[in-house]
Design a protein around this ligand. Structure first.
Ligand code: BGC
Length: 752
């Protein structure tokens, strides 16, 4: 009897695999057939069990394919700055592979500071190739949440405070990754703007603010970048967890934006089977629970979309419509990546990727202040003193899930030494003791940064050495330890940690040839800014960090980065001022599941659309350094603003043109920025909003025309009454300049 059954089932299998009359293979394997046909064919062959399995994880970073049909597993990887080292199947510890040390690309704040869409594309294809080589189907990035305030722990993984800048840079990154046959997973959707209490926060944001500030970069990544995946965030919106939030996922993302990819949960962001079934989630990852306790390992069968889902369908509680939709999306992603027609290839830690990391890093460094000391004119035999822990500290590790094992990382002092070798003596003093942790997110740095001197002794030694030096380069800032630029917790202070303000002040008194290099992924307080002659903002620059910085210091690279966020002078200047706004109020609501019901913080986005420079300008608060600010070793002139017409109609456009000229002695690039102001709006609007930029490279004396094409989308605000974008006829001002506070030309035009 058993044998007979086996024979019958084998026969059935053979019949189902050879359906077509011509006896060709199944459609889903035919790469020449349209993806949608392949999806339907594969779906029709899958059993209920196979479908349910497809919707949840089988290990920390993978979900099952359909082994019987030869449909491969989905393998995800962090993201967004390089390919994460392998962890065990069911444990976060490093799996101990020796072939997973990657190229580390500059952090996304650095990419944003380049204001260069071509470099974002280069970033995307390079990291896409690294992911492909490591056989990953999904890269967990880019991160496009808005920097709502300077202390956000994950600012460094995002692209600044402006939705337009973040959108323009997210799109080429996504396209680049996907051109390599790897799905970009844009994260964290949405309004994930705090790390402290990130899993116990409900965000109260008005509809206009949501659409004008917090959603545009996601929308651009989906509609213009055609992102194949998106990650739900840990927090709640309108009392519903964002990994299964009906309004965000079903209504906005899938219905309005027509997203046809996969919604992947953030790791552990799913809380409920019914909501996960119905509210737009497709793939459940990282859940810690069997629904009752958090500690169970290998609990994949107990995931919300596993046994409870299967049983719910069997008992008639759920239909199969949602399940088919989830599987269609996952299959589509598989047919776009691992089973695509194109035979994509990857490469790993190659010179081309180092070069890409170098180019992005070098273009991202922002010259904040320069009284003529930079570029350094070091003469033979002179002494250059480097002070500060960040000169020697490896920064690819740390920060949480984006922590990486670098194949190599050139730290700043190595870059400077290599640059000045045979010319100057490069000395080092620690100056302060910051974070000496050797293990971050279970990645080991291998560095021993222990230090036994007291704070006072460290300063004294640095000052003594500074007095004898011809130049002093202080390299400090934040790092990627908890409570710095790091996932899971926000920062607790705006000024630099570890006594650094005192060190910088002491160095400034000891030597007037002092350059301060701040390495961070967030704005920091710089109370000493007036006392030092030169300040550079650097970032977590990855594998080639030290070379990028050295080349800018000596002028081999003319800095052309611009700030992707404002630096308020003091923290109290920033828009987040009340407990309601952050960390929020406990109003008696709880969330989570059964045994870990937790109090929920309600955070009120009372500042509304006034985030970053929109706030400082509305309040007439002068920041220390404004959004878009960044100097150069040359000078530029922006002139001759004009437009092709005085006004335009809603279905048309207007072109605004300026001339930009390099008026200095060295070649360099300027980012010409266009901000728009609505002069007669019926609603409150920012004084100006970024709506265009072009990065222009110019030889000395050279000039170029720059055109900005403006249509109605650049003039619109979101109208919550009609739930749509609206542009009101009237006058607008085009402000064109080299920073939000450096407007050089203005022009008034009309919308009819
Ligand atoms: C982070 C995600 C990350 C995921 C997987 C989560 O804790 O929020 O950004 O991709 O872990 O490591």
């Amino acid at each position: 009897m058993k044998r007979k059954l086996l024979l019958l089932s084998l026969l059935g299998h053979i019949v189902s695999c050879s359906q077509s009359p011509e006896n060709e293979g199944p459609i889903y394997l035919d790469v020449d057939k349209p993806v949608e046909e392949r999806v339907e064919d594969a779906l029709a062959r899958m059993t209920l069990e196979e479908k349910v399995k497809m919707t949840h994880a089988q290990s920390k970073f993978s979900s099952p394919g359909v082994p019987r049909l030869g449909i491969p597993e989905v393998w995800c990887t962090d993201g967004p700055h390089g390919i994460r080292p392998e962890v065990y199947w069911d444990d976060w510890d490093m799996a101990g592979w020796t072939n997973d040390s990657c190229t580390v690309f500059p952090a996304l704040t650095a990419l944003a500071a380049t204001w260069n869409e071509d470099l974002s594309h280069l970033y995307g294809i390079s990291i896409g190739e690294e992911a492909k080589y490591r056989n990953k189907s999904v890269l967990l990035g880019p991160g496009v949440n808005i920097c709502r305030f300077p202390l956000l722990g994950r600012n460094f993984e995002y692209m600044g405070e402006d939705p337009y800048l973040a959108s323009r840079l997210a799109v080429p990154y996504v396209k680049g990754v996907q051109e390599k046959g790897v799905a970009a997973c844009v994260k964290h959707f949405a309004i994930n703007n705090n790390e402290t209490n990130r899993v116990t926060t409900n965000c109260n944001v008005d509809e206009r603010t949501l659409h004008e500030i917090y959603l545009p970069a996601f929308k651009a990544a989906v509609q213009e970048g055609d992102a194949w995946a998106i990650m739900g965030s840990y927090n709640q919106y309108k009392g519903q967890w964002n990994c299964h939030n009906d309004l965000l996922l079903n209504d906005i993302l899938k219905r309005k934006w027509k997203f046809d990819g996969v919604v992947i949960s953030d790791w552990g962001g799913v809380h409920d089977t019914e909501q996960a079934v119905k509210n737009g989630l497709d793939l459940e990852m990282g859940t810690w629970t069997n629904g009752l306790d958090r500690s169970m390992s290998n609990a994949y069968e107990n995931y919300f979309l596993a046994k409870p889902y299967y049983e719910g369908i069997r008992s008639g509680k759920y239909g199969t419509g949602e399940l088919d939709d989830k599987c269609r999306r996952i299959l589509r992603m598989i047919f776009r990546t691992t089973m695509a027609k194109e035979r994509y290839w990857g490469r790993f830690t190659c010179p081309e990727h180092d070069q890409a990391a170098y180019e992005i890093g070098a273009e991202s460094i922002v010259l904040l202040k320069n009284d003529g000391l930079l570029p350094l004119q070091v003469k033979k035999g002179q002494k250059v003193l480097v002070v500060g822990e960040n000169a020697i500290k490896k920064m690819s590790v740390g920060g949480g899930s984006s922590s990486l094992k670098a194949q190599h990382e050139i730290v700043p002092i190595e870059g400077i030494r290599a640059e000045l070798e045979g010319k100057a003596e490069v000395l080092f003093e620690r100056g302060y003791k910051g974070d000496v942790t050797g293990v971050y997110n279970r990645v080991v740095t291998g560095q021993n940064l222990s230090e036994s001197r007291s704070e006072d002794d460290l300063i004294r030694d640095a000052v003594e050495a500074a007095r004898k030096a011809d130049f002093v380069i202080f390299i400090g800032g934040l790092n990627k330890a908890t409570f710095q630029d790091c996932e899971g917790r926000d920062r607790v202070e705006y000024n630099l940690p570890y006594n650094q303000d005192k060190v910088i002040e002491a160095l400034a008194e000891a030597n007037d040839k002092l350059v301060v290099v701040n390495i961070s992924g967030s704005p920091v307080g710089m109370p000493w800014a007036d006392k030092v002659p030169a300040i550079l903002q650097s970032w977590y620059l990855g594998s080639e960090a030290g070379i990028c910085l050295a080349d800018v210091l000596v002028g081999k690279v003319n800095p052309s980065g611009k700030l992707p966020f404002s630096y308020p002078k003091v923290y109290s200047d920033c828009p987040i001022r009340t407990e309601r706004q952050y960390p929020g109020l406990l109003e008696g609501r709880t969330g989570g599941v059964e045994s870990y019901d937790v109090p929920i913080y309600d955070i009120y986005y009372d500042e509304g659309i006034f985030v970053g420079y929109r706030w400082y300008e509305a309040q007439n608060i002068e920041p220390q350094f404004a959004f878009g600010h960044g100097l150069s070793y040359t000078t530029f002139e922006i002139s001759e603003i004009h437009s092709d017409k005085e006004s335009f109609r809603k279905d048309g456009q207007i072109t605004i043109t300026v001339n930009v000229k390099n008026t200095g002695k060295v070649a360099g690039s300027e980012v010409v920025q266009l901000y728009i102001q609505d002069m007669e709006a019926s609603v409150e609007r920012p004084k100006k909003e970024l709506k265009g930029f072009h990065k222009v490279y110019l030889e000395p004396g050279e000039s170029k025309e720059v055109n900005f094409i403006i249509d109605v989308s650049h003039l619109s605000f979101y109208d919550p009454e009609t739930h749509s974008w609206k542009a009101e006829p009237g006058s607008f001002v085009a402000h064109v300049g080299s920073g939000s506070d450096k407007i050089r030309q203005t022009l008034i035009f009309g919308l009819k």
